[in-house]
Design a protein. Structure first.
Length: 267
């Protein structure tokens, strides 16, 4: 049953009256919950190592986890003053590198580092420091991308080259938060994977039993456990989800010859 937005603003008594066909408990089930106000609501999302290039063409690598995908589109939430956000606004290109749980230590080495110099005041207060060479700091290897300038991370089992299609401001209704966070809508142009995460006997499918993503949950790093229950949704053939962005991605020309990164220019 769907409840209209206007209904949600009404008193509990009026809402209950509208749920005539729903049994509402106000005893044991209600007591099972306690109202809290956590500072963050990161209940568990995959870690992304987002590679971009700065105004000088030097690569930057930033861990983030405010990301989700719909088809071949991704939504990335970033602080507006972050180096990565500035790079995306400037040139509209990135690579979404997805580390496995085996790369947790490498990801953690990038914690509390920023490509911004000087370090923004808010980050400085939280202990961040400027790091000019993120790839070296993490011990990861940059490799050329095919359609964008930012490099891919060789060690990540999944890398996705993408371009920015739209930028959506967040919390525009609140003067205190307005302009602080941006949501970047990116369109994936290439997907590269390690063969050991591909589903045997298929060309274009990831095997969820082989793919072990690194998960961020309330600032801590976790791995993904085994499947806990058969999925009814998994009965739908994956080919039925294929959208027009896949066909569009094939038309993207290769920019490999334009991508040249030396160890001295990595950032």
């Amino acid at each position: 049953m769907l409840i209209a937005t206007s209904d949600l603003r009404q008193s509990p008594a009026r809402q209950a009256a509208k749920l005539a066909n729903v049994t509402v408990s106000t005893t044991a089930a209600e007591a099972a919950h306690t109202r809290i106000e956590p500072g963050i609501l990161y209940f568990g999302t995959p870690v992304v190592l987002l590679s971009t290039v700065d105004q000088a063409g030097a690569p930057n690598l930033a861990p983030m986890s405010s990301a989700f995908w719909l088809g071949w589109r991704g939504m990335l939430g970033l602080g507006a003053k972050a180096k990565t956000a500035q790079n995306l606004m400037r040139n509209g290109e990135c690579v979404l590198n997805l580390p496995s749980d085996a790369l947790a230590a490498a990801v953690d080495r990038l914690a509390l580092t920023t490509g911004s110099d000087p370090v923004p005041a808010r980050k400085y207060e939280r202990g961040y420091r400027h790091e000019p060479d993120k790839f070296a700091r993490a011990g990861l290897t940059p490799v050329l991308s095919e359609t964008v300038r930012p490099p891919r991370v060789a060690e990540c089992p999944v890398t996705m080259e993408a371009v920015v299609e739209a930028v959506h401001p967040l919390a525009e209704d609140d003067p205190e938060q307005r302009g602080g966070v941006l949501v970047f809508e990116v369109r994936v142009q290439r997907v590269h994977v390690h063969d050991d995460v591909r589903m045997p006997g298929t060309e274009d499918r990831i095997d969820p039993d082989r793919w072990r993503p690194l998960i961020m949950s309330f600032q801590k790093l976790y791995g993904l456990g085994p499947q806990v229950h058969p999925s009814t949704l998994a009965r739908i053939p994956e080919r039925l989800y294929r959208g027009p962005d896949i066909e569009r991605s094939r038309d993207q020309s290769s920019r490999a010859n334009e991508n040249r990164f030396t160890s001295g220019s990595q950032r």
